[in-house]
Design a protein around this ligand. Structure first.
Ligand code: GAR
Length: 197
């Protein structure tokens, strides 16, 4: 897989930890694409010995060229804050997934990323948030939902505290969905919910 990231890269790290240490893993991170130099995700990739690329929207064709040259089967957007060029979306239809830090279709769409999502969740007063993994299409956060994991919203939460709780769920659900896809299973029919009494 190729992982696209724009920031800290903790979701990338969860994928590296799960897949890049064992020869018999069903999947492997083969390329990390960063939206700008110097971000944590690129450092994490370098530490793991995974090739990296910094991609600028000014050069749309270079992205698909690199993915094809590296024979990438699956693209994972893990904290990626840009639209993906339509040619890449079409080439990787049903083979490109995104993780979003809320329960879509609520709190998604253009401008809803990172801390803004959690600020909106707290402002709305909802009691449950969570993580969503979905296929990517031409718009922000609108492709078919594959898996969701609920997380409680506490009355005392700051956006940072809620973000940290949701990230823990993200780090579990994202590798699980990748594992399902790599094994040719449909992650939508797997049961992701933690058991409740
Ligand atoms: C994650 O919470 C991810 O869900 C979110 O950015 C964060 C990246 O963290 N993505 C979006 O908001 C996309 N709409 P990370 O760099 O530590 O993985």
């Amino acid at each position: 897989m190729a992982v696209f990231a724009s920031g800290e890269g903790s979701n990338l790290q969860a994928l590296l930890d799960r897949f890049n240490h064992e020869d018999h893993s069903p999947a492997r991170v083969e390329l990390v694409v960063g939206s700008r130099p110097g971000i944590g995700a690129l450092e994490r990739a370098a530490s793991a010995g995974v090739p990296t690329m910094v991609w600028s929207p000014a050069e749309p064709a270079l992205l698909l060229q690199r993915l094809e040259a590296d024979a990438i089967d699956l693209v994972v957007l893990a904290g990626w804050l840009r639209l993906v060029p339509p040619a890449v979306v079409h080439r990787y239809q049903a083979r490109m997934i995104n993780i979003h830090p809320a329960l879509l279709p609520a709190f998604g769409g253009a401008g809803m990323y990172g801390a803004r999502v959690h600020e909106a969740v707290l402002a709305a007063g909802v009691r449950v948030s969570g993580a969503t993994v979905h296929f990517v299409d031409d718009e922000y956060d609108s492709g078919r939902i594959l898996a969701q994991w609920p997380v409680p919203v506490l009355r005392s939460d700051t956006p940072a505290e809620l973000a940290a709780r949701v990230l823990q769920a993200e780090h579990r659900i994202l590798p699980a969905v990748v594992d399902s896809l790599a094994r040719g299973e449909d992650p939508a029919i797997a049961s992701w919910l933690p058991s409740y009494p």
